[in-house]
Design a protein around this ligand. Structure first.
Ligand code: AIR
Length: 183
């Protein structure tokens, strides 16, 4: 009787631990963007994270249009065990800087290519953060979205050997794909 009780207790504890572990690592990277119109760029971020087998979540959060959503999102990121935030925004792009101000989690900003200034406005808004609150800024548009995912992978690879492996493999595949001659 007592042996079966002990067995049951151990089993329950094991199941709880396993599910907690799964929950803890369910979303390593959080992708946010100021508008649905940014998704054609930011989906490359998702695609790259998928290739690297990194779990992510994706939301639309606008610093200007949904300021309360932004506040709640940034404030809850740490308790949701997010390791890196990737924030894409265009035009007067406050989103990455505002999120970085609200959380200690590293924020990578992706300047979205705007129609009017081709993303120069987004780039300067994101990169020119005054000292005190940093935002890691990548290139304008799709190159930036892909590099943001790779950069997030580099950060996570410091403490996760599986992601380290995926990243090393990804890089080696990339090197092998480059031909020695152009013709
Ligand atoms: N944006 C939305 N709220 C604040 C900012 N900066 C940005 C979006 C998008 C751009 O405004 O990130 O790149 C244009 O958004 P929309 O919805 O007009 O296409």
């Amino acid at each position: 009787m007592s042996t079966s009780f002990n067995f049951k207790t151990i089993l329950i504890i094991l199941i709880q631990k396993l599910s907690m572990k799964k929950k803890r690592y369910s979303h390593r990277v959080s992708i946010v963007m100021g508008s649905k119109s940014d998704y054609s760029t930011m989906k490359l971020c998702e695609k790259t994270l998928k290739l690297l087998k990194i779990n992510y979540e994706t939301y639309i959060v606008s610093a200007h249009r949904t300021p309360e959503r932004m506040f709640n999102y940034a404030k809850s990121a740490e308790s949701r065990n997010i390791n890196v935030i990737i924030a894409g925004a265009g035009g007067s792009a406050h989103l990455p800087g505002m999120i970085a101000a609200l959380t200690r989690i590293p924020v990578i900003g992706v300047p979205i290519e705007s129609k009017k200034l081709k993303g120069l406005d987004s780039l300067l808004s994101i990169a020119q953060m005054p000292k005190g609150i940093p935002v890691g800024t990548v290139a304008i548009g799709t190159d930036g979205a892909i590099n943001a995912a790779l950069y997030a992978a580099s950060i996570i690879s410091n403490f996760d050997p599986k992601i380290k492996n995926s990243l090393i493999k990804w890089r080696s595949k990339q090197s092998k794909s480059v031909k020695k001659k152009p013709n």
